[in-house]
Design a protein around this ligand. Structure first.
Ligand code: DGY
Length: 419
């Protein structure tokens, strides 16, 4: 085990580009938003200063409108597509993609502050606090433009869960246009059977083209983007992050901000109800363009507890789903319901297990006092890594590692939680 700790540290150090960390060399050679924030948790187990640096460098790429991009292209790397010229953005100081990713930063910043008794972290948190407020305001203004309390994503990549079956219908409705010929790079690094299909990529690029046309103006994007789907993943992670941001605001004496955040929490608690589907007994995605809910349970449905939504109905339903899925697969938590027809155990977000999702789900269960389910998630994650290494994701059935190898956030989650 001590050896695995050492390997995990070396992965972070190897993937370090001088203050920020790439998810894995080759496949993802830049700074990714939520990857980086989880990586900070891993660094914090042996180098707190470096942990803060990771998040500070992410916020250096924040746009003037408050958005924190999902990728920062700090230097050109021909091994990745689509690079900065395809995105065509100009929103911040650093070349970047044009949308965001699940906002885990406020939660991790709170964790870093609470883990540090020296008091130094509080100053660094205070310096980032206005950036966090701006980012959260941006999400509410442009991903929940009607103020209903649920956040949409404008691209499957913004959800961080790229080829989730929940996006299939909405994506199919996107007209393929303005893309020209292009060459993917991901399938030269990883087995194509573990990656999205070409039909998906055509539409990923078409959405980008549509947003480029309106200059990535966030209000225009919200109004016209051909893809606009409310996501329980982003919504629950954001709600959780708002609760942690509130604790930071109180600690730092930011009373006016604290009041504003309380208003957001009320709005989101109300909005979450719109995602609830009685027939599925779960919160699921809602396509804002077609008005249709999706028909499957994803690992994000379990993040309701992490978001602090532990009413009796949700709790009973999630425990039932947890136990049913647990009986079905060897390793929890598959990214999509193994009883659903779209489930595929090795294709990226259509079935595989992801360590950082397990970590968040387990935290939700632990916080409501369900140590048994939380521990099952931790033990499964540990055993996947012990047996199959620090892969990007794993088969819930055989445990086989898939996607990229020597993966930063898998290493980080090992260090901070699974080991
Ligand atoms: C990719 O390139 O597959 C990334 O997931 C986009 O964020």
């Amino acid at each position: 085990i001590a050896e695995l700790d050492q390997t995990a540290r070396s992965i972070l150090i190897e993937n370090d580009q001088g203050g920020y960390t790439v998810p894995t060399k080759g496949l993802y050679p830049y700074q990714w938003n939520w990857d980086s924030v989880f990586v900070a948790l891993g660094f914090a187990t042996f180098d707190q200063d470096r942990a803060w640096r990771e998040i500070e460098m992410l916020f250096e790429g924040q746009w003037h409108d408050g958005m924190v991009p999902h990728i920062l292209f700090r230097k050109d790397d021909p091994s990745y597509f689509p690079g900065p010229s395809v995105w065509g953005t100009s929103g911040g100081q650093i070349p970047s993609s044009g949308h965001s990713q699940p906002p885990v930063a406020a939660t991790v910043i709170r964790d870093l502050v609470e883990a540090d008794t020296s008091g130094k972290s509080e100053d660094r948190a205070a310096a980032l606090f206005p950036n966090l407020m701006a980012w959260h305001r941006w999400f509410l203004a442009y991903r929940d433009p009607e103020g209903e309390g649920l956040l949409a994503v404008i691209h499957p990549w913004e959800s961080g869960r790229d080829n989730l079956p929940d996006w299939d219908d909405a994506l199919r409705a996107v007209e393929v246009k303005d893309i020209g010929p292009y060459e993917r790079k991901d399938t030269s690094h990883v087995d194509p059977a573990m990656r999205p299909h070409k039909e998906d990529y055509d539409r990923y690029l078409s959405i980008m083209a549509a947003c480029r046309k309106v200059g990535w103006d966030p209000a225009e994007v919200a109004r016209t983007c051909p893809f606009f789907v409310a996501d329980p993943g982003v919504t629950f992670i954001f709600l959780r992050a708002c609760r942690d941001l509130l604790v930071l605001a109180e600690r730092l004496g930011k009373d006016t901000d604290a009041d504003e955040i309380r208003g957001w929490i009320t709005r989101l608690e109300r909005g979450a109800k719109i995602l609830w589907q009685d027939n599925l007994q779960a919160h699921v995605a809602l396509d804002r363009r077609s008005g249709k809910h999706t028909n499957g349970i994803s690992s994000a449905s379990f993040l309701a507890l992490y978001a602090g939504l532990a009413d009796q109905q949700t709790l009973t339903a999630l425990c039932g789903h947890f136990d049913r899925i647990s009986d079905k697969v060897r390793y929890l938590m598959p990214s999509y319901d193994p009883d659903h027809e779209s489930y595929e155990p090795l294709r990226y977000w259509r079935g595989p297990v992801w360590a950082m999702i397990n970590y968040m789900i387990a935290r939700g269960f632990a916080e409501i006092g369900d140590g048994v389910r939380a521990d099952k998630l931790r033990r499964d994650t540990a055993s996947l890594i012990e047996t199959n290494g620090f892969a990007e994701y794993f088969s819930p059935e055989t445990g086989a590692g898939a996607g990229g190898g020597t993966f930063s956030w898998t290493a980080a989650i090992w260090l901070t939680w699974a080991s």
